[in-house]
Every structure is written in C-alpha cells, then in structure tokens.
Design a binder for this molecule. Sequence first.
Ligand code: FE2
Length: 222
Amino acid sequence: MTNNTLLANVPVDLMYQALETEKGGVQIYTTALRLAINKELREEWNKYLEQTKNHVQVVSDILTALGLDPDAETPGRKVVRYLGTSLVKTMELASRCADPQAAQIVAAECVVHAETKDHLNWELLGELAKKATAEESALLMPAYEQVEQEEDEHLYHTTGWTRELWIQALQMPAVLPPPEEVQKVDNAIEAAQAKKSRTANAKATTNAKVPANAKAKKASAR
Ligand SMILES: [Fe+2]
C-alpha cells in the first residue's frame, strides 16, 4: 500500500480495535452459549458465533492488505481485549453464582455490551470507507457492506432477547422470540418500532388469557 495517509494513527487503531473486538466476540459467544438455555437463543448465538469468526478473518485480511501486522499490539486494542476478558469473567462468575435463568440474562447483557462496541466499530469503518482513497475504499467498503448488516442483527436482536428474558424473569408477559428477531430488524428505526410493537403483542398474550381468568372469577362468584 503506497498511500497510507488516511489509515494512520487513529484510523489504524480503530482497525486493530475492530479486530480485537471480533476476537473477543468469539470468546464471548463461546462462553454465552454455555449459559444459554433457550433453544432459539442458542440457535441465534451459534449463528452469530460463526459470523463473528468470519469477521475476525475479514478484519485480519484488511490489515494484511494494508501492509499491517494483525498481531501487532496497540494501546486501544489492549483496552478492548481487557473489556472482552472482563465480560467472559463476568459470565463465568454468573455461571458459578446465579441460577440458570439469571445466568442466561447475564450472558445476554454481556453480548449486548460487546455488540454495542462491535456495531460502533463497523459504523465508523463505514464512515472511514466513504472518505478513504479509492485504493483504501476498495478494501474497506466490501467488508463493511458484508459485515454491517450482520452486526445490526447481533446488536438489535440480542437487545430484544435481553429485554424479554428480563420481563419473563419479572413474571410479566414476555414476547419470545423477541419482535426484533421475528421482524428481522436490521436498523435502529426498525428496532424502535419492534420494541414498540411488543406492548401490543404482550397485551394480546395477556388478553388471550382473560377468558380463562374471567371464567375462574365467574365460578368463584357463583
Ligand atoms: Fe462482529
């Protein structure tokens, strides 16, 4: 790569942070899967784990193509690694101390923490790709277009799972799988709409139970 002026310093550190986030993601999903008891959630996270393994390769390939060593250490990458390791340790703690349902929620929260960073990385890489030289953009843009939609799914769908698993634990009507997943949400606006629609879905679930409750009340009134 002859022109490396844009992808220097901060942009390069972002690339290394992105790689470390994906590598941490593999560890986080591997651990989270041990805590996942819902069958459909396990299926989702298994899919995300495979996609995340591919993202590690995608970012490593970009760094290599830019003439950079994917194994080089940077301060930003070190911090990201610490965060990933902390999330894995958090889940391990939950698996020792919490009941299976609570540990599953901790795992979902940890995935959301990790995917929030992952999603931001790719959003920024997309911005970088738009402003990069033609040569740099040719590397970044196809990767961004391939990965970004998967990152949307990882973040928005798991956020929905986390909320509904919490609502279920609170013994309130939960919508499982969450509307974000059922509606195949892949952007923030759709995620907000899906979240809003859950109230109607939950109400419908509650109303569906009303005849039985009403029957019981009628019987006791007699
Ligand atoms: Fe990813």
